[in-house]
Ligand binder design. Structure first.
Ligand SMILES: Cc1cc2nc3c(=O)[nH]c(=O)nc-3n(C[C@H](O)[C@H](O)[C@H](O)COP(=O)(O)OP(=O)(O)OC[C@H]3O[C@@H](n4cnc5c(N)ncnc54)[C@H](O)[C@@H]3O)c2cc1C
Length: 422
């Protein structure tokens, strides 16, 4: 094994983690990361937060300094992979290189869903996935700011990236409107309680929301840039800059073209291995069965990229570890710190602890009286405790949590409600 060449396709959070973990586990063969982005692997979360606000410099985005990669003998190869020849175990790059692998880890991430509407190609309409996107968006904001008036900014999609950008835009002095086709914000990601609180928070900062309606198209303004958006409810909104934040799509086309099973992500088994024994897939591009979602789960989060990067390294080296890490995620919106753990989509009952009015509370989500997910707003202690509970299979009862005098730290295996399968 130690004479083998492991190629990691994609130099993002998951790909870099896999490379570092291979070395931590003692693999001394060749490790190469193929990346189609310039520079070192970098973190994406600041792109919609501190980096756009100018609170973080480009150099600080790198996940590891260059000398760490050199010390670990991890080769970073710049290039766009264009095909996988599974029979020959070769990866072709756009510049003509053909690289032979013994094991291939696909970590190609995801991209922003495109907006197929009339006028969507007008200058001034942006997406936000990469550093290049953030630089273009930041330049667009700076140009509007120079014009010296409170230019209207429109955000298409009331998800995490849209709301994080809304916080940035208002902090930078822009008038900001969010158009969301759902009847509330973050419909698939957060409980109505947390989403309602966040809507109020943004409204207090001046953000206007148009819910249960959609953008139908864009029109050019005086300079040929975007100037307005028409909504399906018949109204027109002025918009001198637009961010499209309507979800992500797995970068799985290369895998699909090589005959690997794909369906909203590259299908892998619980050990993150594709139908080809020599190929694994991780991070945003992979869809794997999970104890909480046996039919398959594709997550777009840093926590998942790190967990799967570590796990795949062990499995490539011959272990058979199963992916069962409890999902977790965070989002910073202005002063608000939102943390989530577990999967809350199918929850039937929720209990709130803390003070919603003060903006410090957690929503504990239950299904069959079992704790399934916890959302914490400015309550990091709850989040850490809930992570421990869910990782250990512990569940307080809804009654315990509803009792303000009950001490969550007192929950132990003996006092927890017995686990219910599923
Ligand atoms: C703006 C933004 C804010 C975010 N904020 C948060 C947050 O607050 N909290 C959180 O938990 N998560 C957040 N995320 C999500 C998190 O950053 C991602 O889930 C994580 O980066 C996924 O890692 P990955 O390695 O799977 O994919 P990526 O980091 O996207 O890396 C994939 C890499 O593969 C490259 N690639 C693709 N195809 C090819 C090819 N053919 N050849 C060569 N290279 C290729 C891509 O260009 C990219 O560099 C955010 C994401 C974005 C975009």
């Amino acid at each position: 094994m130690n004479r083998q060449h492991i190629i990691i396709l994609g130099g993002g959070q998951a790909g870099l983690q896999a490379a570092l973990s291979l070395r931590e586990l003692g693999f001394s063969g060749m490790v190469s990361i193929i990346t189609n982005e310039p520079g070192l692997p970098y973190q994406r979360p600041p792109l919609s937060k501190g980096y756009l606000l100018g609170k973080m410099r480009a150099g600080d985005l790198a996940l590891r300094p260059a000398d760490v990669l050199a010390q670990q003998n991890i080769a970073l190869i710049a290039g766009e992979a264009i095909s996988i020849d599974r029979r020959a175990r070769q990866l072709s790059l756009a510049d003509g290189q053909r690289l032979t692998y013994d094991r291939l880890i696909i970590a190609t991430g995801s991209r922003g869903r495109l907006c197929p509407l009339p006028g969507a190609d007008l200058p001034g309409i942006y997406t936000l996935r990469s550093k290049a996107d953030a630089d273009a968006l930041g330049a667009g904001l700076a140009q509007l700011a120079q014009a010296g008036h409170k230019a209207p900014v429109l955000i298409m999609g009331g998800g995490f990236i849209g709301l994080e950008f809304a916080a940035v835009a208002t902090e930078s002095g822009f008038a900001c409107t969010v158009v969301e086709r759902g009847t509330r914000l973050l419909e698939r990601a957060l409980s109505p309680e947390s989403a309602g609180y966040l809507q109020q928070y943004h409204e207090q900062r001046g953000v206007r929301f148009h819910l249960a309606t959609q953008v139908a198209g864009f029109c050019a303004g005086e300079q040929g840039q975007v100037g307005s958006a028409q909504l399906t409810d018949g109204s027109t909104l002025a918009a001198q800059l637009v961010l499209v934040g309507i979800g992500g799509i797995a970068n799985d086309e290369l895998a699909a073209a090589s005959g690997l099973a794909c369906d909203n992500g590259i299908r892998v088994n619980a050990c993150l291995q594709t139908s080809d024994d020599a190929i694994f897939a991780i991070g945003d591009c992979a869809r794997a069965p999970h104890p909480l979602a046996p039919a398959g789960l594709r997550l777009e989060s840093v926590g998942n990229a790190i967990d799967q990067g570590r796990l795949v390294a062990a499995n490539v080296l011959g272990e058979g570890r199963v992916w069962q890490a409890i999902p977790w995620f965070w989002s910073d919106q202005g002063s608000e710190k939102i943390q989530m753990v577990g999967l809350g989509a199918a929850c039937e009952q929720s209990v709130i602890r803390g003070d919603v009015m003060q903006g410090r509370f957690s929503v504990f989500c239950f299904q069959n009286e079992q704790l399934r997910a916890v959302e914490s707003i400015n309550r990091p202690v709850d989040h850490m405790l809930a992570r421990k509970w869910l990782e250990q299979g512990l569940s307080p009862t809804p009654d315990q949590l509803a009792d303000p005098n009950w001490d969550p730290k007192s929950l132990s295996k003996s006092s927890a409600s017995p686990p219910v399968p599923g």
